[in-house]
Design a binder for this molecule. Structure first.
Ligand SMILES: Cc1ncc(COP(=O)(O)O)c(C=O)c1O
Ligand SMILES: [Zn+2]
Length: 393
């Protein structure tokens, strides 16, 4: 995309050209939005078509069809729709990404940007999925990935990271601690950052899920999009994708964006409910991928909800486990706890009358259950052990 890209601070509004390695706002430390030259794109339909084919990615050189991430199905969910009395229910199945989660969308774009900047090592702190996707895509690009993960991350995610040849450091502490160590390492070693809420290219990568949903709905946007929220980068990306399409005149309105957090990790939902600043919590939830004390992209998350006339809500761990079971039993989709959290939120919002039964609703299923297969164990019975046909009940 040849047009200049403007970096605008979410906190203080300062703007500057996006040049070189730029993470947070040099004036105030706030997170950054990368804004396209919307007027130029609106006025040149050939350029706009080309930009859309390249997912509106603000790279200087990019070819359509360069991406491995995404291109996931938007599945109708007729059986769950009947169960919930919500016929207009669709599931965006992000478990089908190369590494099994939506995070591939960010990792891939960040790696492409690193290449453009002439950097070959990219580092991330992660509860598991972001790092696994960075490791997988770095392997495809022949680049180096360095990962800082809390030692409590699910074993399958840690093995996945190692399988792709990434350098893995286990942090004796939680995700927030891993994040701080990773930022120090990046500063010291000159590695490129794939840290949520630190590098604005993560948000630009994740916005492609919104572009795809819009295209799959033939630019008639759904009424609601339900999104699981930890740091707030996915929901920020969803909002940014629809914002870009709106600025380009391709959609008439934004969908209402709904943030769903685990009760035990609800810094953003608390701030929304109490109409106040985001305050850190001590995160504790079965949904390890969204267990975050202080969200790193909280302002973008709150803005996504506010600007789209959406809302935020929390769900209990029991509701999350039930959602995993519902998705698996009714629609054949096996999600990890964070991956099923948005659906848990939808069930709760419907019961509370916050969503009309005639609504067209898209729920993001963000990560596969194969990486966290034991999460559902408390709800399952031991299968009977048999040695012959006579043992069948
Ligand atoms: C499967 C899954 N769902 C949801 C999220 C939440 O994304 P964010 O931290 O950007 O809010 C994550 C983040 O790690 C994740 O791995
Ligand atoms: Zn600023």
């Amino acid at each position: 995309m040849p047009q200049p890209v403007t970096a605008r601070c979410v906190a203080c509004g300062a703007t500057r050209p996006d040049e070189g390695v730029l993470y947070t706002c040099p004036d105030c430390g706030g997170n950054i939005d990368l804004l396209l030259d919307y007027a130029a794109l609106r006025n040149d339909s050939a350029e706009l078509r080309q930009a859309l084919a390249c997912r509106l990615a603000p790279l200087r050189k990019i070819m359509p069809g360069s991406f491995t991430s995404g291109n996931t199905p938007l599945l109708p969910a007729p059986r769950l729709g009947r169960e919930l009395e919500l016929p207009g229910l669709f599931l965006k199945d992000e478990t089908r990404n190369l590494s099994g989660s939506l995070k591939d969308r960010a990792s891939e774009l960040v790696l492409m940007r690193a290449m453009e900047l002439g950097l070959d090592t990219v580092a991330a702190a992660s509860t598991g999925n972001a790092a696994a996707s960075l490791a997988a895509l770095a392997a495809r690009f022949g680049m180096e990935a360095v990962v800082f993960a809390p030692k409590s991350a699910p074993a399958a995610k840690l093995r996945q990271i190692q399988a792709h040849g990434a350098r893995l450091y286990l942090v004796d502490g939680n995700y927030d601690r891993a994040f701080d160590i990773c930022l120090d390492a990046i500063r010291e070693k000159g590695w490129y950052s794939r840290n949520t809420g630190h590098n604005p290219w993560c948000c630009e990568g994740k916005k492609s899920v919104a572009l795809e949903i819009a295209e799959q709905c033939r630019y008639k946007v759904p009424d609601y999009i339900f999104v699981p929220v930890g740091d707030g980068c996915i929901i920020g990306g969803v909002h940014k994708g629809f914002y870009d399409l709106y600025e380009l005149g391709l959609i008439e309105r934004l969908p209402r964006i709904v943030a769903v957090q685990a009760e035990g990790s609800a810094a953003i939902a608390n701030a929304w409910r109490e109409k106040r600043e985001i305050v850190a919590v001590q995160a504790d939830t079965v949904a390890d991928s969204i267990a975050v004390d202080l969200p790193r992209d909280g302002l973008k998350a709150l803005r996504a909800v506010r600007d789209s006339n959406g809302f935020a809500l929390t769900v209990s761990d029991e509701e999350i486990l039930r959602a995993i079971s519902d998705l698996a039993r009714f629609e054949g989709l096996f999600a990890e706890p964070a991956g099923a959290t948005a659906f848990a939120g939808l069930r709760k919002a419907l019961a509370a009358g916050q969503v009309e039964p005639t609504a067209h609703v898209v729920t993001l299923i963000t990560g596969t259950g194969l990486k966290d297969r034991d999460a559902l164990a408390p709800l399952l019975e031991e299968p009977p052990l048999i040695s012959s046909l006579e043992d069948l009940e």
